[in-house]
Design a protein around this ligand. Structure first.
Ligand code: F6P
Length: 342
């Protein structure tokens, strides 16, 4: 069997670990050959690829990013994109395509699968927002980076008696913000799931000051939204694929908090630091389990499915179902975070 593999969307730690696992099990266990398409779906449409074997995957397990490159391109961006992708599949005699990606790449995989391609999805994203899987790899690493940053900010916040705002990634959901906020002992956490009221935040920070504990940490997910009328936020810019460029909302909030409360604020935007570097052991193991399950599914011809972590075990779920909606932070975890708000 010949199998293609691609990585699409924003990168995250653990992508290379999936590639390595797919190639290792494909070659050593099944005797299948794997080729890697470059820059996600672009490589399939333009037939841009490289051979992958066990030798070429040496040293990949701890390496961040993706050796295949990534993009937000999809075959649907071009009028002849799907027919060119089909030509590529035929030219290489590919019997399966493993697509590793988040919401955008996997929704595209579901559509491509509906048009008759043999596709298997692998969920990745530091945002942890893909449905029907308890975790995506990359998330644990991002939470570790954000938690370390918060730990460091605590000491300088206390020395200067300031309110430190930490902006983390999370465009539609606040998994990173909620986990890092709980792990780092945040004073307040703002997430897209719960539109915030700026007056409430200011009141909480002033209550904390009145108790003699001025230094505060406020964790802000980049996609946090104010309640209507609570704060004016400029519309974000959009990239070539219609993807909003977020980042910077914490600065707007901090400025307004300082104006309304006279508390001194500072802002740290963690940005892509959360997505770079080596995956944590948890993410390496999850990525490896996903990679092994994906090539097993290809071998068993279980197409149109996505590998997922459910109840601690790896299962297959229908790509269509998994991409139907995003997974928000559970109300139970949000309640835990609330218990520590100032
Ligand atoms: O992969 C998801 C994500 O990390 C989001 O949390 C973030 O908003 C986005 O990607 C950033 O994308 P880009 O790399 O295009 O700036």
């Amino acid at each position: 069997m010949r199998v293609g593999i691609l990585t699409g969307g924003g990168d995250c730690p653990g992508l290379n670990a999936v590639i390595r696992a797919v190639v290792r099990k494909a070659e050593r266990h099944y005797g299948h050959r794997v080729i890697g398409f470059l820059d996600g779906w672009r490589g399939v449409v333009e037939d841009d690829w490289r051979e992958l074997d066990v030798e070429s995957c040496r040293g990949l397990l701890p390496r961040g990013g993706t050796v295949l490159g990534t993009s937000r391109h999809t075959p649907f961006n071009l009028p002849d994109g799907m027919s060119r992708a089909a030509d590529t599949m035929r030219r290489h005699d590919l019997e399966a395509l493993i697509a590793i990606g988040g919401e955008g790449t996997l929704s595209c995989a579901a559509e491509v699968s509906d048009s008759g391609f043999n596709v298997i999805g692998v969920p990745k994203t530091i945002d942890n927002d893909v449905g029907f899987t308890e975790r995506t790899f990359g998330f644990d690493t991002a939470v570790a980076v954000a938690t370390e940053a918060i730990d460091r900010l605590h000491t300088t916040a206390e020395s200067h008696a300031r309110v430190m705002f930490v902006e983390v990634m999370g465009r539609h959901v606040g998994h990173i913000a909620t986990w890092a906020g709980i792990a780092g002992g945040a004073t307040y956490t703002l997430v897209p799931e719960e539109p915030f009221d700026l007056d409430e935040l200011c009141a909480a920070l002033l209550r904390r000051k009145a108790r003699g504990r001025y230094a505060s940490i406020v964790v802000v997910a980049e996609g946090a939204k104010p309640r209507p009328g609570s704060l004016e936020i400029a519309e974000p810019q959009v990239d070539a694929y219609g993807h909003e460029r977020l980042g910077g909302i914490a600065s707007v909030i901090a400025q307004e908090v300082e104006r309304r409360t006279e508390l001194e604020t500072r802002v740290t935007i963690l940005g892509h630091v959360q997505r770079g570097g080596s995956p944590t052991p948890f993410d390496r193991v999850l990525a490896t389990r996903f990679g092994v399950a994906a090539i097993d599914a290809a071998h068993a011809r279980d197409f149109g499915m996505m590998v997922a972590l459910r109840g601690g075990a790896i299962e297959l779920v229908a790509l269509r179902e998994a991409t139907a909606s995003l997974k928000p932070v559970s109300p139970e975890l949000l309640e835990v975070a609330h218990a520590f708000f100032a």
